[in-house]
Design a protein around this ligand. Structure first.
Ligand code: PMP
Length: 288
């Protein structure tokens, strides 16, 4: 496997970052997870725009153009002979001293890993996931905006640990007002009385690229859609529920906190969305 690292493609064994990199010392950096479908990178421009916004929000000046990063991303896929895959694009603050200050880190690092994707088992897309709400709250946007896709994922990791400790693969996280914000690595959608509802980004959710795609799909299908405050009650009484993310795509949820959602089986609206989503990923994208 060839990894892109700071201007060159190197073998995986040689793709190394300094122990003085603040990405490692402090989680000071930003990243993207991107999908390659049939040699097309899905919504690459949207991912690179979000990367730029994340970098801007943490005052990290990207010394590369969007075109350069785009070219390197496509090259990483080509060089590794991929047709379908998952791309991890990471920018770290770079090498500094042991203090916190990013001013001591003059040169950010960039690396791009293009690899095969490890999906949820395919049967889960037809049987649906079971999830729980975990005690760990989504970090307050006034402390660190969850809209920043930063290398600081401990908040989500703690929630993931809580879910896995009791046998679940994914968890619903509430914000500090008690509203549903998102899952540890996915956005959440409720179908209720013919409408599709999802938490606002201001509730502490990441502005998911898949979430945006689902909002486009809702317009395409003519299904009414709203961004709202959702409580756990709203989730429990939903007719249908599904999660979205670059890795998970769109996946039905059939049980939350021990309550069956709707009929306890993936619902028809979810199925329409999954189908329309799959159609889109097969036709949209940047050719590598
Ligand atoms: N929320 C969180 C916390 C995530 O890590 C992700 C995955 N990157 C998402 C939502 C889904 O975002 P996207 O559709 O852009 O992958």
């Amino acid at each position: 496997m060839k990894i892109f690292l700071d201007g060159a493609f190197v073998d995986a064994a040689d793709a190394k970052i300094s122990v003085f990199d603040h990405g490692l010392l402090y989680g000071d950096g930003v990243f993207e997870g991107i999908r390659l479908y049939s040699k097309n990178v899905f919504r690459l421009d949207a991912h690179l725009e979000r990367l730029e916004y994340s970098a801007k929000a943490i005052a990290l000046k990207l010394p590369w153009s969007r075109q350069q990063i785009s070219d390197w991303t496509c090259e990483a896929c080509r060089l590794n002979g991929l047709t379908d895959g998952y791309i991890r694009l990471v920018v770290t603050r770079g090498i500094g001293n042991l203090g916190l200050s990013p001013r001591k880190c003059p040169t950010p690092s960039i690396f791009i890993i293009a690899d095969k994707i490890a999906l949820y088992p395919p049967e889960l897309y037809s049987t649906g996931l079971e999830v729980i709400t975990v005690p760990t709250r989504r970090v307050n946007p006034a402390a660190l905006s969850p809209a920043v896709k930063s290398l600081n994922y401990l908040n989500n990791i703690l929630a993931k640990i809580e879910a896995e400790n009791v046998g679940f693969q994914e968890a619903i996280m509430l914000n500090d007002q008690g509203y549903v914000s998102e899952c540890t690595g996915d956005n959440i959608f409720v179908v209720f009385k013919g409408e599709v509802l999802t938490p606002k980004v201001s509730s502490g959710a990441l502005k998911g690229i898949t979430r945006d795609t689902i909002l486009d799909v809702a317009r395409e299908l003519g299904v009414p859609m709203r961004e709202v405050d959702l409580t756990r009650y709203d989730v429990w009484i939903a007719d249908e529920l599904f999660l979205t993310g670059t890795a998970a795509e769109a996946i039905p949820v059939v049980k939350v906190d021990g309550r069956e959602i709707g009929t306890g089986k993936p619902g028809p609206v979810t199925a329409r969305f999954i189908e329309a989503f799959r159609r889109r990923v097969s036709i949209e994208g940047t050719r590598i």
